[in-house]
Design a protein around this ligand. Structure first.
Ligand code: OGA
Ligand code: MN
Length: 276
């Protein structure tokens, strides 16, 4: 099997080339999972996957999960979610506009956060629309020890309402999303000892801290995580597919015009563990 890898930054990002015909080959799946663990964001340049191929690749890498179907009343959401602001295709503008701000997927339900999310570029925006990723693992590792100690034990309330704070008020959200929240530890400690931060736009408040203390701490951690050494901006080309480890990375998209028709097709892989 021939898999070619080009590392983009030490902390995050690698381009990976393989033959689409190899999708489903267990040896390829193992290799991609290892690369995902190591590099957090994998880019498959201009691979041009069909929806069926994207679903097959998703299935080959883990248990497929439908993020949108976790929203109460949306159990019948399409298997491949169309991320777009094009009025003809998507009526969830408030929710999609929330992707313009640093976030992790799937933090506001009791289901374990997705292990990984996959996007295929179907239509590009002429301006904006690049997707940025930031490693919450590299960011945590680089914190001074005394700051790490201060974060230990803190618990953060994540809500959909907070994630659209910059976009709209809670009343603009559909009723199903308005009430969604979940509490996660600020520091995620994996069974193998690796730690990462669980932050982003869904983070609303921290139990036991005043709102100014909580929100300034969350903002400072976001700034820290987004610094260039820990982050990567992907400038999409038609047919690119990107998969990222949603358990140790934030992501957001550079604003784009709704009329551009920018269209991404999204699938996700179930998480193996709750944040602990
Ligand atoms: C998402 C998301 C980013 C993008 O679909 O969850 O964050 O680039 N998308 O569209
Ligand atoms: Mn997202």
């Amino acid at each position: 099997m021939t898999v070619k890898v080009e590392i983009l930054k030490p902390a995050i990002g690698a381009k990976v080339w393989f033959d689409r015909a190899q999708i489903g080959d267990p040896a390829l799946s193992v290799q991609l999972q290892e690369l995902l663990d190591k590099h957090t964001v994998l880019i498959f340049p201009r691979i041009g996957l069909s929806d069926q191929e994207q679903l097959a690749l998703t299935d080959a890498l883990g248990e497929r999960i439908n993020i949108t179907a976790q929203v109460p009343g949306k159990g019948d959401a399409a298997e491949v979610y169309q991320v777009t602001l094009d009025e003809g295709a998507n009526i969830e503008a408030e929710y999609v506009l929330g992707t313009w701000f640093w976030h992790m997927d799937g933090l506001t339900t009791s289901v374990a956060p997705p292990r990984a999310t996959m996007l295929s570029a179907r239509k590009l925006a002429p301006k904006g629309g690049q997707t940025e990723f930031a490693s919450t693992r590299a960011a945590y590792a680089a914190l001074p020890d005394e700051e790490k100690a201060e974060l230990e034990g803190l618990r953060v309330v994540h809500t959909v309402t907070a994630s659209v704070r910059e976009v709209c008020g809670p009343e603009a959200l559909d009723e199903a999303r308005r009430g969604m929240f979940h509490v996660h530890p600020l520091v995620w400690t994996r069974p193998n000892g690796v730690k990462s931060l669980v932050i982003g736009s869904t983070a609303d408040r921290i139990e036991g801290l005043s709102q100014p203390e909580a929100r300034s701490l969350l903002a400072r951690l976001l700034d820290w995580t987004a610094q260039p050494d820990f982050s990567y901006r992907h400038k999409w080309e038609e047919g690119d597919c990107v998969i990222w480890d949603n358990t140790c990375a934030l992501h957001r998209v550079v604003p784009y015009a709704p009329e551009s028709g920018r269209m991404m097709h999204r699938t996700a892989i179930a998480g193996l563990e709750a944040v602990a």
